[in-house]
Design a protein around this ligand. Structure first.
Ligand code: SAH
Ligand code: SF4
Length: 335
């Protein structure tokens, strides 16, 4: 798929062709311009040549997480990324999008980080993942569509900030996908500059921060980028973000057996998280290699410790961690 020349080509056409092309692309979800029968044949042919709509993708039914499907998209340069569709029983759907092919941050618990880094994705390549699932739901013809978008796939969105935010704007654009900003969430490993930039955007999308440890020393072992951004510096940026936007921030904490799930960890985390508009999301770690998930009993005890300290805690499996955990495994398999 390549839409880079679309505006250029439509510029030479009568004005109403824009609306027709957008309708075909974003509403009718065509995968070939020939399907846009309102457009003149010559224009359709030209668009097929200059703005191909086909997407090369392979669906894997075994996503590792219930009610979800995973797909591997391959771009013309043979670089692949994965994306996940999360089907909820109530008919609402979420998609998890990748922002980079691979990830340069190399977190020790993450399969994506383990696989190395290939390149940044363009905004179109990020949106292409959304197109893929939107077309699939349309084909299934049950009137279902995508309600939520999380930028929690492969890569660190804030290391590809410009393309990430362009993608957010395309998804949000009422003439394109019209996804409300509150239905979009971005997760960062704690890139302070990105948190600052997001705070100054007009778009109020949800922010999640991957904390995973309450001590810098442990965090540095799990996430090498923690050497550059201390927990204190991240929380300062988050506090500024909250002052500017008035929005809640979710702190993600994956529960890794014997590593970050002890009593002292819970106490230290409670001390850090004791602020209004902070919310902790405890996520069972999805074992992909050297670590194991904490037991359900340990997670429950950890949660109780936080709650008794007055911290807001959730334990959401869908729309976030479940999907993200499912991301990070398929590309590894293929390579
Ligand atoms: N790079 C960003 C966003 C992509 S990763 C970030 O790190 O926040 C999305 C989330 O999945 C992060 O919170 C990450 O820590 C988490 N994650 C990675 N591997 C996981 C696994 N095996 N099980 C559960 N969560 C995982
Ligand atoms: Fe990159 Fe996020 Fe995985 Fe860390 S957890 S390696 S930042 S994708």
């Amino acid at each position: 798929m390549d839409l880079s020349k679309l505006s250029f080509i439509l510029q030479n056409e009568p004005k109403f062709r824009f609306a027709q092309a957008y309708q075909a692309l974003y509403r009718d979800l065509i995968s070939d311009w020939q399907q846009a029968s309102v457009l003149p044949l010559s224009l359709r042919e030209k668009l097929n040549e200059e703005c191909p709509l086909s997407i090369e993708a392979e669906i894997s039914t075994d996503s590792g997480v219930a009610y979800s499907e995973k797909a591997l998209l391959t771009f013309p340069d043979k670089v692949s990324v994965e994306t996940v569709l999360m089907r909820n029983r109530d008919g609402r759907h979420g998609v998890c999008l990748s922002s980079q092919a691979g990830c340069p941050l190399g977190c020790t618990f993450c399969a994506t980080g383990d696989g190395g880094f290939f390149r940044d994705l363009s905004a179109t390549e990020i949106v292409e993942q959304f197109f893929f699932w939107a077309r699939k739901l349309k084909q299934e013809d049950r009137g279902e569509k995508i309600d939520n978008v999380v930028f929690m796939g492969m890569g660190e969105p804030f290391l590809n900030y410009e393309e990430f935010i362009k993608a957010v704007k395309i998804l949000h654009d009422p003439e394109k996908f019209n996804i409300g900003s509150r239905r979009m969430s971005v997760s960062t490993a704690g890139i302070v500059e990105g948190i600052k930039k997001l705070a100054s955007e007009k778009m109020q999308i949800n922010l999640a921060v991957s904390l995973h440890a309450a001590f810098d020393s442990l965090r540095e072992q799990l996430m090498p980028i923690a050497k550059k951004y201390s927990i204190a510096s991240i929380l300062r940026a988050v506090d500024d973000y909250i002052t500017k936007t008035g929005r809640r921030v979710m702190f993600e904490y994956i529960m890794i057996r014997g590593i970050n799930d002890g009593e002292d960890d819970a106490l230290a985390l409670a001390a850090l998280m004791n602020k209004s508009l902070y919310l902790v999301n405890l996520i069972p770690y999805n074992a992909t290699g050297k670590f194991q998930s904490s037991s359900p009993a340990r997670i429950e005890a950890f949660k109780e410790k936080l709650e008794s300290a007055g911290i807001a805690v959730t334990q959401r499996y869908s729309q976030g961690r479940g999907i993200a955990a499912a991301c990070g495994q398929l590309a590894g398999k293929k390579k």
